[in-house]
Design a protein around this ligand. Structure first.
Ligand SMILES: Cc1cc2nc3c(=O)[nH]c(=O)nc-3n(C[C@H](O)[C@H](O)[C@H](O)COP(=O)(O)OP(=O)(O)OC[C@H]3O[C@@H](n4cnc5c(N)ncnc54)[C@H](O)[C@@H]3O)c2cc1C
Length: 394
């Protein structure tokens, strides 16, 4: 047996023993965890699964072992992913730490920052939110106004962020602040701080879906040690763009994974097939084929680009392609589902609808945000035009 075969066998055995049965069923919205200090678990198996995967380092399989990661090679990571997929295992947690600030700390963080934060991210002990957008400064992020003024060994931070996902539930924030008012892009710094710091407050924003997953976030004289700056002072634009690449990659990867959770073929079969079990309506067949072809093409392109990048590294600016196509595809999936389900896809609450039907209706509205979060479709098209295709403004 080759080493990789042995590894595969090891993974299979470990998962058999350690992945609880309920974690091999489709994810249920109220059992999703973002981890963190005060998190509670509706299903005790979610806690167990997170602890086991976290302690093994397999929530962050490629990160070095000395920071709590799995220390796996890209080939081993692929095997782990295949084996998780084979048993239909749930993702142990949704984590901005794993997806965004962790990879950035690996590249830009000081040794002290890595030692302090990465192991806690891997084990889901500390949850993170993202303090980028401000009122009036979303797409034009470089115009941000939140000020950080030096005071001895600290910065004093004042300002407001908006659309901060899970800000009222997260433990720490990675925030972009202005450390120089003379220049736009060159006056931004990324800094980390505890959301329990004096002067931090949040106000939840209610969404169209009825949920409230993000907040307005206010900083009033928040004192943060200078050692919490990520990268160089005034070089936050480069650091923040790197983080956005990881974010866009992950938003699209999340969308790729969703075809296992949300199967458009099953929707067509359940709601549009005749007594012979076949879908005969040409319009339904046409829409379904377009979605499946786009999905397949996107997956192949992603695979090709990943194989072309350095092992384990990010896809760089091409992440904007995946974010753009992935977001549009996910919106198409839900539009298709709502059309196919007819009245049964229009339920908001009540016993006349199954929990699944209610989930689809809520997620249909949630999917509308896919082309806004992590950079809008228009902004990503600009990135693709300039940085991927090399086009210039005329
Ligand atoms: C679900 C969700 C979660 C989010 N989570 C977070 C979070 O955790 N942290 C955080 O900091 N932010 C978060 N955001 C905010 C998100 O990053 C911003 O909404 C996004 O960057 C757009 O900014 P804006 O809302 O200010 O819109 P605007 O920038 O005002 O854009 C309005 C419209 O104008 C278009 N536009 C703007 N500039 C240009 C241009 N130069 N060329 C072409 N078109 C342009 C945009 O594409 C858009 O259609 C989240 C948003 C959503 C929807």
């Amino acid at each position: 047996m080759t080493d990789l075969n042995e590894f595969q066998q090891e993974v299979r055995t470990w998962l058999e023993v350690n992945c609880p049965a309920s974690m091999r069923t489709p994810m249920v919205a109220d059992e999703v965890t973002i981890g963190g200090r005060d998190t509670t678990f509706k299903n005790p198996d979610t806690k167990l699964w997170l602890e086991r995967m976290g302690n093994k380092g397999w929530t962050a399989p490629t990160w070095p072992k000395k920071y709590g990661g799995g220390g796996l090679s890209p080939q081993e990571t692929n095997i782990l992913k295949q084996e998780l997929k084979r048993i239909k295992a749930r993702v142990p947690m949704i984590s901005f730490g794993l997806w965004m600030i962790g990879p950035v700390l690996l590249e830009y963080g000081t040794e002290e920052q890595k030692q302090e934060h990465l192991p806690k991210i891997v084990r889901g002990e500390i949850s993170w939110c993202q303090g980028y957008s401000e009122p009036g400064y979303g797409s034009d992020l470089a115009g941000l106004q939140t000020r950080a003024v030096e005071d001895g060994e600290d910065y004093i931070i004042n300002g407001q962020k908006v659309w901060t996902s899970y800000a009222d539930k997260c433990d720490w924030i990675y925030a972009l602040v202005r450390t120089n008012t003379e220049v736009k892009h060159g006056g931004i710094t990324m800094i980390l701080f505890d959301m329990a710091s004096t002067g931090v407050s949040t106000r939840p924003i209610k969404l169209i879906s009825g949920l409230s997953s993000f907040c307005e976030t206010f900083f009033d004289d928040v004192r943060v040690p200078k050692k919490n700056v990520v990268g160089e002072v005034n070089d936050g634009w480069a650091v923040s763009n790197r983080l956005l690449q990881f974010e866009r990659e992950n938003i699209s990867a999340d969308v790729f994974a969703s075809d296992e959770v949300f199967d458009v073929r099953k929707i067509a079969k359940d709601y549009c097939s005749g007594s012979d079990g076949k879908v005969s309506d040409p319009l339904v067949r046409d829409s379904l084929s377009k979605i499946l072809m786009k999905d397949h093409a996107l997956k192949l392109t992603f695979k090709r680009v990943m194989e072309g990048t350095k092992a384990g590294s990010s896809t760089g600016s091409t992440s904007s392609i995946f974010k753009f196509i992935g977001a549009e595809l996910n919106k198409d999936r839900y539009e298709f589902a709502i059309d196919a389900m007819g009245q049964q896809g229009m339920g908001w609450e009540g016993k006349a609808f199954t929990p699944y039907q209610l989930d689809v209706a809520h997620e249909w509205l949630r999917s509308k945000a896919n082309s806004i979060e992590g950079g809008t479709t228009e902004i990503n098209l600009n990135v693709i035009a300039k940085r991927v295709l090399g086009l210039r403004d005329s």
